[in-house]
Design a binder for this molecule. Structure first.
Ligand code: ZN
Length: 289
């Protein structure tokens, strides 16, 4: 429960940082690095989960946490490999996932979904001439494959959910996926309408991902410990059931407050954190208008 409460706080910080006219550099957090597979690590703390994938030519970093955590991420990477960072992939636009992009200088390629780039361009941190260098230089629409052989990385986009630019990042040789915040943790998610997120589309996007992505065993969620493919599929079911229940409440003429108070989901989701339920109901109701 405590970790989930912290997660909610982190997501909130990400949302608030987007709204702030001028992002203040934040205090660097204490980070931890943990091996997922021989050449894949997850770095936790300071915002969303960062993945470090060590390829033949260099290190591919997925997400860069809140501002101020670049040196900490680089230090953790240095503890496992002497190779330089050659690529940064952002799962989505939030400040706790793109906040330290500017620490990755030199010959680094930045990659994200095209809608993610559009959202990032609206962030103060990426508006100066200096800041623009850390926007995605490469974008894609539906699918993009990077590198070859055991280093291959597949980026998938299946539609709106947490934002309108959420990428699923798959490392096929390792059977691992980084899901960003479209699967942040087991709980009611943040539906960021200001960045194109959608409650009604959320379960459809997850269902397309579950059907369209093959061969994944482990999943690095945006803000939680490493889980497995069945957890990810269950999350898709949870979101389908959650959104269906809210739609039914609307049909029954309930107010948003009544809908949130009365909402009952199957027992199998009892450990899910429902702290964002009211926000979800409000978001879905406004889409149903
Ligand atoms: Zn997010």
């Amino acid at each position: 429960m405590k970790r989930l409460a912290v997660l909610c706080g982190l997501l909130l910080v990400g949302a608030i940082s987007l709204l702030a006219a001028h992002q203040q550099p934040q205090q660097p957090a204490s980070l931890e690095i943990q091996k997922v597979k021989d050449n894949l690590y997850v770095i936790t703390g300071g915002g969303g989960n960062t993945a470090a994938f060590i390829t033949e030519k260099g290190v591919v970093v997925v997400d860069t946490k809140n501002p101020g955590n670049g040196p900490g991420i680089l230090e953790k990477i240095k503890s496992v490999t002497p190779k330089p960072v050659t690529m940064v992939i952002n799962t989505h636009t939030h400040g706790d996932h793109v906040g330290s992009n500017s620490a990755f200088t030199g010959a680094v390629e930045f990659i994200a979904h095209e809608n993610c780039k559009t959202s990032m361009e609206k962030m103060p941190a990426f508006q100066s001439e200096e800041g623009k260098k850390f926007l995605p230089g490469k974008t894609y629409k539906d699918k993009l494959s990077l590198l070859k052989g055991n280093d291959k990385i597949d980026l998938y986009y299946f539609g709106r959910g947490h934002t309108s630019g959420d990428t699923f990042i798959v490392f096929p040789a390792l059977k691992v996926m980084h899901s960003g915040d479209i699967f942040a943790a087991k709980g009611a998610p943040f539906m960021d309408a200001n960045n194109g997120g959608s409650g009604l589309e959320y379960p459809k996007t997850l269902a397309k991902a579950a059907a369209g992505i093959k061969g994944v065993e482990s999943v690095i969620p945006g803000h939680s410990t490493v889980m497995n493919w069945n957890d990810f599929k269950e999350y898709g079911d949870f979101m389908r059931d959650l959104v269906a229940a809210v739609e039914q409440a609307r049909k029954d003429g309930k107010t948003a407050d009544q809908a949130a108070a009365d909402l009952k989901l199957p027992e199998k989701y009892k450990s899910y954190n429902m702290g964002r339920l009211k926000g979800n109901v409000t978001a879905i109701y406004s889409e149903l208008k």
